[in-house]
Design a protein around this ligand. Structure first.
Ligand SMILES: [Zn+2]
Length: 428
């Protein structure tokens, strides 16, 4: 099916809206122009709406295999499509872990069979993410591994990280790090700050994250490896990445919507929908993350979509699992609370969710131009709606943003030329 997206607004290079039509032939954008005439295509009317490249999220937990009660590749990718995403990267902390060619091949098959959009699978750095024995990066990359990470846990041994980065550098792959030193967690479930003190809950200090980054940028320099920092959350971490970039080290970093929009003072009480790892930090850290995005220290935004069941999350602040969902609310939240408040521009937000993650990892997606892959998202910037977890396609309803009023909701998502989601109906 070929498409003609009529009358939408695209962002010009100066950040202004220009009215353009987009013609899609097969899996590619054929042309973008004014008053294009339909030539047998199906017309999608985007009058008054924003047309952007399909969004990209390089940090998603799809839970399958092994955690299908929380999410599946099918439900997670439908949630992603509804959130305007056309490319996501799936974290490997599943059971089994994609740590062998066989496990990754099985995962690829499940993706092929059930995913609504493009899914790039991470392979793990170590067998079972146990931190003891490296996986075979070369054969995993040949089997389609997007990059290597033990997300969910930090790599504790510097020597293990060095070997991993040398192996990754040799095959031109990136090491993607969940930065957490186990000797600095102190059994914490929130940030070691105001909320922890007031509620007498053990806190995780900022150095638990930043010392790993400080260690790893030096290792990355020695190994000549692309090192990527997951969900950066502290002022010290941002400073460390900034200094490393200045020194010419090949480091990139991502930040989540929740760390940009919330801090520990916003936690309303013992609500586990505010419990995630890394935790919501201080207001000062939150500001440092926004500053880090604006000055280019932080490269892009990723959700760390981490669904859990209501029963799991009901276990109380200290025992409930870490993590919140994010795919279906990321764009509206950031548009409403950062762009509309004048803290960032719409162009910046779109770039941080499209071309910037693509550039950081050399992916051929994230641009809206003739000849590009037809990954396209249509967004209604006007209509206002309250976030209601019960309407999520994701199995996970664990969000701290329930009830927040937002505008900027996606209305249609085209992935490789196929309409995979449209407001009010599923197309697959
Ligand atoms: Zn993580």
């Amino acid at each position: 099916m070929n498409w003609l997206i009529k009358n939408g607004n695209i962002l010009a290079e100066n950040g202004e809206f220009i009215k353009r039509d987009v013609r899609v032939e097969g899996t590619k954008i054929a042309e973008i122009g004014e008053d294009l005439k339909a030539n047998g295509e199906k017309v999608l009317d985007a009058e008054g709406q924003l047309v952007v490249p399909g969004l990209i999220d390089l940090h998603v937990h799809l839970r399958e295999p092994g955690g299908e009660h929380k999410e599946t590749i099918q439900t997670g990718t439908l949630a992603a499509a509804a959130g305007g995403f056309t490319t996501i990267a799936a974290m490997p902390n599943t059971r089994p872990v994609p740590d062998t060619v066989e496990n990754l091949t099985n995962l690829n098959r499940r993706i092929e069979e059930t995913a609504h959009i493009r899914v790039l699978p991470y392979a793990s750095i170590t067998i079972r993410e146990a931190g003891k024995e490296l996986t075979d990066f070369s054969s995993l990359k040949e089997t389609g591994a997007f990059a290597f990470t033990d997300d969910g846990v930090g790599i504790q041994q510097a020597g293990m990280m060095y070997e991993a980065m040398k192996q990754a550098a040799a095959i031109g792959a990136a090491v993607v790090a969940h930065c957490e030193d186990n000797s600095l967690i102190y059994g914490g479930s929130v940030h070691d700050g105001k909320f922890a003190a007031e509620h007498n809950i053990p806190g995780i200090p900022s150095i638990c994250e930043s010392v790993h980054i400080a260690r790893d940028v030096l290792i990355a320099e020695a190994a000549g490896c692309h090192y990527h920092v997951c969900h950066i959350s502290t002022e010290g971490s941002v400073r460390t990445v900034r200094d490393a970039k200045k020194a010419g080290i090949r480091v990139t970093a991502e930040v989540t919507p929740h760390h940009l929009l919330l801090c520990d003072e916003d936690i309303p009480g013992a609500d586990t929908n505010f419990k995630m790892n890394p935790p919501l930090r201080s207001r000062k850290d939150q500001q440092a993350l926004i500053d880090g995005l604006l000055d280019g220290t932080i490269d892009f935004i990723a959700t760390d979509h981490a669904p859990h069941t209501a029963e799991e999350k009901a276990a109380g602040m200290q025992t409930a699992p870490f993590g919140i969902v994010g795919l279906e609310t990321a764009f509206p939240l950031l548009y409403t609370h950062l762009v509309k408040k004048g803290l960032i521009t719409l162009q910046q937000l779109v770039d941080w969710m499209t071309v910037k993650p693509a550039q950081a990892f050399g992916l051929p997606y994230g641009t809206l131009e003739a000849g590009a892959t037809a990954d396209i998202t249509v967004i209604d910037l006007q209509a206002e709606k309250e976030i209601d977890p019960e309407t999520f396609y994701s199995k996970g309803k664990n969000t701290p943003f329930a009830g927040w009023k937002c505008s900027g909701w996606p209305t249609a998502t085209i992935s490789e030329g196929k309409l995979v989601w449209q407001e009010g109906k599923v197309q697959v």
